[in-house]
Design a protein around this ligand. Structure first.
Ligand SMILES: Nc1nc2c(ncn2[C@@H]2O[C@H](COP(=O)(O)OP(=O)(O)O)[C@@H](O)[C@H]2O)c(=O)[nH]1
Ligand SMILES: [Mg+2]
Length: 594
């Protein structure tokens, strides 16, 4: 009931139902009687008195609920058109003629609905003016009870006399009231069932919006290209936005009508991925041999495919053309030879290639252990370890609760810890080759760990390692022994005379070149005051203390004397203290402590 209530609050909401049943059993006449509209459109259809393609009509039910009807052809030659019509529709109106009863063609349509998993349906036994509808009602209800539709309400009607139509309308209200509310925030995948052009408006497509919302100026993806929605219509009225469930007509900008056909899909950009390879599980246990080639129907699309059994109900489909599929989609597979239909649930839209012996069996076991939904999402993320969140969602998986998130990435539990455990070794190996560098640049670590994105490195660096200046640095690691020895000697001399920075010649003699000195500074053993001028850490406090003992302000010469050093050291040291805000330089070039 709640589904109906939610839709009832929206004046634009509606339900969509598709007809099903044998040719000539009165589907189109019933739609006409119900809606007052003519669902058959083509001149050829009218001449032959036969529905070839889909017809569309609509009406308002006694409850105020608006109902769009997709009228499908009943002739077996047009089963493809029938499939395009029911592909996105959540409910069916099964039509059986009282004077003819359940037929092979009725059975084929009902098998399609059953295979698609349609759960909501109503039975109309038409032509009640020609024969007693009661036995046909009982028989058809019995047969339908064995399908996904279960126990359905049945109504006897006559399109000719109008008898039973009020009851049919009431029964429709009842059935539609039980439909689950569509997800209006879901991404859009509108399977196009018609494309035509209208003078002055340009390209128009129609389809059944099963989920989501489409608004004027939305940008949608059509096979990799961007198209803009110039106008939205539903049930003949222009709208700012159409919300699921709805029959919609979209006027598109950026695409010519010749570039479109039934089976194309308009997609929320980035929300779906197109694939030619899908792993599925069959929904039933089909009798007899499975065909190697099948026709795949989904939405309004029809695509040939090779069917490869993996193990048990698990199958691999290689599609002749890519489709925007998601995990959880129900496909209808048809054997073109025998006309048998099978249901298949999409279980993976980016499956691994199967090269090794036994890989197919292992793959089937993997799929069996990985249900659709949150538990399956955790298992799948575990298999992929690390994946872009948007791609994972586009496959049709929910975000697993136990996943880690770093920027655009989703990471399986434990993976970050495992990677972090490898980083110390990467750093140690790098420093062995380049002992004077603080540590490997981030990209070196990224490559060593085979990470797809350098931003992930930060998430796997743990103490005592830190990120500094674009590198992974081990603060606890020392200098190479020879360098450490030379630095220790200098530090000993500086301890005795803190301002006696070693001369260039002394540094060179000790083997301390630019790189060694940089390493000593980075590791905190020396402080660089200026080019070639190195003092011990803590020099700022010592310098400051000496200056505090002389009158303020003081000249550079007075400072030099207080420090007991040369101009070579005093000039850059004074500027270094200025720069650190410990001293202030006055306009007359004297200084004072701050
Ligand atoms: N007597 C009678 N004829 C009907 C009724 N419904 C349909 N017909 C006729 O049956 C034929 C086939 O109807 P149509 O709606 O085209 O069947 P569809 O192929 O299932 O769409 C047409 O000649 C209709 O006039 C009905 O309730 N009573
Ligand atoms: Mg018809």
């Amino acid at each position: 009931m709640t589904g109906g209530d939610v839709r009832g609050m929206d004046p634009r909401g509606m339900d969509v139902i598709a007809t099903a049943g044998h040719v000539d059993h009165g589907k189109s006449a019933l739609v006409r009687a119900l809606t007052g509209m003519e669902p058959d459109r083509w001149a050829e259809e009218r001449r032959r008195g036969l529905t070839i393609d889909l017809g569309f009509a609509w009406t308002t039910l006694p409850s105020g609920r608006r109902l769009a009807v997709v009228d499908v052809p009943g002739h077996e030659r047009f089963l493809g058109n029938m499939l395009a019509g029911v592909g996105s529709v959540p409910a069916a109106l099964v039509v059986v003629a009282a004077d003819d009863g359940w037929s092979a063609q009725t059975a084929e349509h009902v098998a399609v609905l059953d295979t698609l998993g349609v759960r909501h349906a109503l039975l109309a036994v038409t032509k009640a003016d020609l024969a007693d509808p009661v036995p046909v009602l009982a028989d058809a209800r019995n047969r339908l009870a064995k399908t996904s539709m279960g126990t359905v309400a049945g109504v006897a009607v006559s399109a000719l006399t109008g008898a039973g139509l009020p009851q049919l309308r009431a029964a429709l209200d009842e059935v539609l009231g039980n439909l689950p509310a569509p997800d209006r925030t879901a991404p859009v995948r509108l399977w196009i069932d018609r494309a035509f052009s209208i003078r002055g408006a340009g390209t128009v497509v129609t389809g059944t919006l099963a989920a989501g919302t489409v608004a004027v100026e939305d940008r949608l993806d059509l096979g990799g290209r961007a198209v803009a929605v110039r106008g939205v219509q539903s049930l003949g009225e222009p709208l700012e936005r159409a919300v699921a469930t709805a029959r919609v007509a979209l006027n598109l900008r950026g695409v010519a009508v010749e570039e479109l056909s039934r089976g194309d899909a308009l997609l929320t950009p980035g929300a779906f991925r197109r694939t030619e390879l899908v792993d599925v599980t069959l929904t039933g246990a089909p009798e007899g041999r499975l065909p190697g080639e099948v026709t795949v129907h989904v939405g309004s699309a029809t695509v040939g495919a090779r069917l490869r059994p993996l193990d048990g109900p698990a199958m691999r489909l290689r599609l002749a053309a890519s489709l925007p599929l998601r995990i959880g989609d129900r496909l209808l597979l048809r054997d073109p030879g025998t006309r048998r239909v099978f249901g298949a649930d999409v279980r993976d839209v980016a499956p691994p290639e199967l090269w090794r012996r036994g890989a197919a069996r292992q793959r089937a076991a993997e799929l069996a252990a990985r249900p659709v939904g949150p538990a399956g999402a955790s298992a799948e993320l575990g298999r992929r370890r690390l994946v872009r969140a948007d791609e994972f969602a586009a496959m049709g998986w929910p975000v697993p609760a136990d996943a880690s998130r770093v920027g655009p990435w989703l990471i399986a539990p434990g993976v970050l810890d495992e990677l972090a455990a490898r980083v110390p070794d990467v750093v140690a190996r790098y420093r062995k080759l380049r002992p004077l560098e603080a540590g490997p640049p981030l990209d070196v670590v990224r490559r060593a760990l085979e990470l797809p994105d350098v931003d992930l490195v930060a998430a796997v660096v743990r103490t005592p390692l830190v990120l500094r200046d674009g590198r992974v640095v081990d603060d606890s690691a020392g200098l190479p022994p020879a360098v450490q020895q030379a630095v220790d000697d200098i530090r000993a001399r500086l301890a005795a005379d803190p301002f006696a920075a070693p001369e260039a010649g002394d540094l060179a003699a000790a083997g301390l070149g630019v790189r060694e000195l940089a390493a000593a500074v980075r590791s905190g053993h020396l402080v660089r005051i200026a080019d070639g001028v190195y003092l011990a850490p803590g020099i700022a406090d010592v310098a400051r203390a000496r200056l505090a003992a002389i009158p303020q302000p003081f000249t550079l010469s007075q400072a030099r004397q207080a420090w007991g050093t040369s101009r070579r050291v005093a000039v850059p040291l004074a500027e270094w203290l200025d720069a650190r805000g410990l001293t202030v330089r006055l306009p007359d070039n004297t200084r004072r402590l701050r």
